[in-house]
Design a protein around this ligand. Structure first.
Ligand code: FE2
Ligand code: FE2
Length: 139
């Protein structure tokens, strides 16, 4: 059961490798939201683990690129990632305790964070990497 509109306003950065990761994160959040709304605890466990793993890997890649190409605002960007990792821990705790309303609120906050972060912080580092020519190595 889809509980929020399937078509969400979304940003793409025009860089396939980054956009692919961002799309998977969105789709995992939406699938997890559905699992919570349906009370499917097995799917919640699997999707929750996949979401944490995928987000951590994505952050590691972004942070590595920023370090490799000496992105000047890396510290602030990494701090934003830390905030979402804290939020993810809260999602995991709420899922384990079976608190569906809190889980849905956390997941909605995660979706809103994702959209804002991509549109601002990720767009800024994408511009920097483009200007340095670093993104050509990823194609
Ligand atoms: Fe990102
Ligand atoms: Fe990021």
């Amino acid at each position: 059961m889809t509980t929020i509109p399937a078509v969400l306003p979304d940003f793409t950065l025009g860089e396939p490798s980054i956009d692919h990761d961002h799309r998977i994160i969105r789709d995992l959040i939406l699938a997890l939201r559905d699992a919570v709304a349906d009370g499917d605890t097995e799917a919640q466990g699997e999707l929750g683990e996949a979401l944490v793993r995928h987000i951590k890997t994505h952050f590691m890649v972004e942070e590595l690129l920023m370090r490799l190409y000496k992105y000047p605002d890396a510290e602030a960007h990494v701090a934003e990632h830390q905030v979402v990792l804290d939020r993810l821990r809260r999602v995991t705790t709420d899922l384990r305790s079976g608190d569906a309303p809190a889980s849905l609120r956390d997941l909605d906050a995660l979706l809103a964070w994702r959209t804002a972060h991509i549109g601002q912080a990720d767009a800024a580092y994408r511009d920097y990497l483009r200007n340095t020519g670093a993104l050509r190595h990823l194609e």
